[in-house]
Design a protein around this ligand. Sequence first.
Ligand code: PHE
Length: 457
Amino acid sequence: MERENFGSKLGVVLAAAGSAVGLGNIWRFPVETGQNGGAAFIIVYILCIVLLGLPIMMSEFLIGRSTHSNTAGAYRKLAPGTPWKWVGRLGVLSGFVILSYYAVVAGWTAEYTVLAASNYFEGKTTVDFPRIFSELSANPWICTLWMLAFMVLTHVVVVRGVKSGIEKFSKVMMPALFVIILILVVCSVLQPGASKGVEFLLKPDFSKVDGSVILSAMGQAFFSLSLGLGCLCTYASYFGKDTNLAKTALNVSVIDTLVAIMAGFIIFPAVFSAGYELNSNDVGPSLIFITLPNVFQQAFGAVPMLAYVFAVMFYFLLVVAALTSTISMHEVVTAYVSEEFSMKRRKAAWIVTIACSVVGVFCALSFGPLSDVKLFGLSIFDFFDYVSSNIFLPVGGMFIAIFTGWYLNRKFVKDEITNGGTVRAPYFKAFIFVLRFVAPIAIGLILLNQLGVFAFL
Ligand code: PHE
């Protein structure tokens, strides 16, 4: 079967950035920043991106591009007859699990877009929003239908293939996303009282940095960059020979980090301007579904039109950002099923969509009818979220670092990074050092700590 490639360099960067930029940036990042003390957390986060994120992303890129394979096939080709293929398979499993619950949250953003567009939020006050959200998340029909709708939307793009599906979609949607984000940042920062929010994001207080802040920053870096599950490895398998891997990784990381920080600049100035206190529950996981719609009403209430436009744009933005990410998770699994079981892409995509939808239904019901079902003390949704982002992704990332740093031939790695000696890589020694020592040790310690094996932080 002839394998597709991305058509242009811009397409490569925008598709990979589309995967990275998602609910992780706009929903999860502000929550983590709010709970971990603001500017100081952001600095630790950026350190994690540079020290761990960049080198591991480059490793995923080189593994994918050199083999032109799905992530499990890639390890099979580079390390035939060894257990390394299990790193790829773990990635496929992670993609499957994350897609199943991520589509539920994505579904909520779609429902909120519709609510915002039908002007449902007008005149609602602080007491109404918690109720609106808990009614939505407990409603089995709405949650399931939106989750399914999101799966189908994702399916439609993936089935069209890499160039005319994923690349084309990302090329239109990513620039649109930036424009919306910029408008929202400007609106938010201009609100009266917004400067306190700006200060929160820019003035670090390092006394707040402790072990758990570092943990959260690393977890957030992996999740946000789509790292550790072979997602970017799969995308890289469609890169051309002349794609500059280091530069692409740098571009994607910069875009992803900028979007996260800009999301902070949308949310915190608006939150402060509406008079919220940061140490309350207002900045918990419900931030974008309970606090924010209220903020829109409070902050722009005097100009209902503005409150309306702001809310519709914001939730639509979330839908788009989520979709370019679900596409990438779907692609990891679809490429695997199609190539490892020699199946037509269309058929493989259907199998993935149906299987993820079935698991997704359980996640969708996990706030309503199934809220009493507990796995290891967590609801189905929380269990999937915990296992995939806190365990699977870091474990995957650690093994990717070890594989590139220790297993692969160093000349081979250098050839890939420099495109056969045509681009310079003065940082190469440092890159290998990080992959061999820094990344595995740091991630290993943090994981052991997280699993409660021992507490060092
Ligand atoms: N990076 C995406 C986000 O920030 C989530 C994601 C994780 C996508 C893993 C693909 C793989 O929302």
